[in-house]
Design a protein around this ligand. Structure first.
Ligand code: 13P
Length: 344
């Protein structure tokens, strides 16, 4: 393990004033997103959409790294036919890759999932490194329900995350460790706090046991937030406060940065939460940087503007750049809601 290389990459991923673009939707998820805007999910259309994203002029000003799906790292752009990794190098965007095999039903635990994909991972990492990938992502999902999550589910996922992270570091690739506590349900923010705290504690214990170097990883957590169907949803300040309280009680100071997922929040909510946390951080002297690694909160408006039409590419790139810029500002507490109205 080359710790210096890992630290350099991890620090560049969470560098001040930038965040990560998650565009690693698996083919079934990409199909769902494309169908929602009336686009057929063919390999060609997926490449066209991802060319739109990564070919956005100036994207590298706000985006430090982007997470690709296996298909994309091997594909060529639909404009000049460059390989996607080549386009990213030109844009100054670090190449990341999703390496998990998806969340599958956890045997014996109805309603719960465990993420698979450890078999053969060492060999797949070597192949992705040859494509230029410098960091990886593995997402675990934890569901809040009546009697859920179970300790068995939390531990199985934490263990898999730690095994994955250690394999990445062995290959000199930075692991993004993503334990997502789902927003689905009608639970309160207090319940989300308890589950997130327990999950993150278990994850860091397993990371420690497997020997993962905290200074060479990035945490990608969900925020501590009310369930989507909760009767009363906690306001922005409470989400920011509870998320920071949870992180301060679980995340070692050696971790260089935390890059949140958006998890089904609206675009504006995701930006406002990140901004408020960074405003609060000014009085807390936090040891890690707080930024974004959003998929939906960067892409849904982009997709809705594009709708598969070549004539809409420029407008879609404009809205993507606008959201990327607002989130980049939020990563230093410099966003203001009034900016939502300004042209990109
Ligand atoms: P969302 O921002 O849409 O939650 O996606 C982030 C991600 O990469 C999920 O794994």
């Amino acid at each position: 393990m080359n710790l210096q290389k890992l630290e350099t990459t991890a620090n560049a991923m969470v560098v001040s004033g930038k965040g990560i673009l998650a565009m690693d939707e698996s083919s079934p998820t990409a199909a769902k997103r494309l169908r929602a805007v009336g686009v057929e999910s063919t390999a060609e259309n997926r490449a066209a959409y991802r060319t739109l994203l990564l070919g956005t002029p100036g994207l590298g000003e706000y985006i430090s790294g982007a997470i690709l799906y296996d298909e994309t790292i091997r594909q060529r752009t639909t404009d000049d036919g460059s390989a996607f990794p080549e386009l990213m190098r030109r844009q100054g965007i670090i190449i990341g890759i999703k390496v998990d095999g998806g969340a599958k039903d956890l045997a014996g635990h109805p309603g719960e999932k465990v993420t698979e994909g450890l078999d053969g991972l060492r060999e797949r990492l070597a192949e992705y490194a040859d494509f230029g990938a410098q960091f990886c992502k593995w997402r675990a999902v934890i569901t809040i329900g009546q009697e859920l999550p179970t300790r068995a589910c939390i531990e199985a996922n934490a263990h898999a995350l730690a095994r994955y992270a250690m394999l990445c570091q062995e290959a000199d690739m930075v692991p993004i460790v993503e334990p997502e506590v789902l927003i689905d349900g009608d639970h309160s923010i207090e319940r989300c706090y308890d589950v997130t705290l327990e999950t993150q504690r278990a994850v860091f214990e397993q990371l420690y046991r497997q020997g993962v170097a905290f200074s060479g990883m990035v945490l990608k957590p969900s925020m501590v937030i009310s369930g989507k169907g909760a009767a009363r949803r906690a306001p922005v300040e409470q989400v920011a406060e509870q998320t920071l309280r949870c992180l301060r009680n679980t995340v070692p100071a050696a971790v260089p940065g935390i890059a949140f997922l958006s998890g089904g929040q609206s675009d504006e909510e995701a930006t406002a939460h990140l901004n408020t946390m960074n405003l609060m951080a000014k009085n807390l002297q936090l040891p890690w940087r707080l930024t974004f690694s959003y998929a939906r909160a960067l892409q849904q408006v982009t997709l809705a503007t594009w709708k598969g039409e070549a004539g809409n590419v420029e407008a879609a790139r404009k809205v993507l750049l606008h959201r990327a810029r607002l989130n980049a500002l939020a990563s230093s507490g410099s966003y203001d809601q009034a900016m939502e109205k300004q042209a990109a």
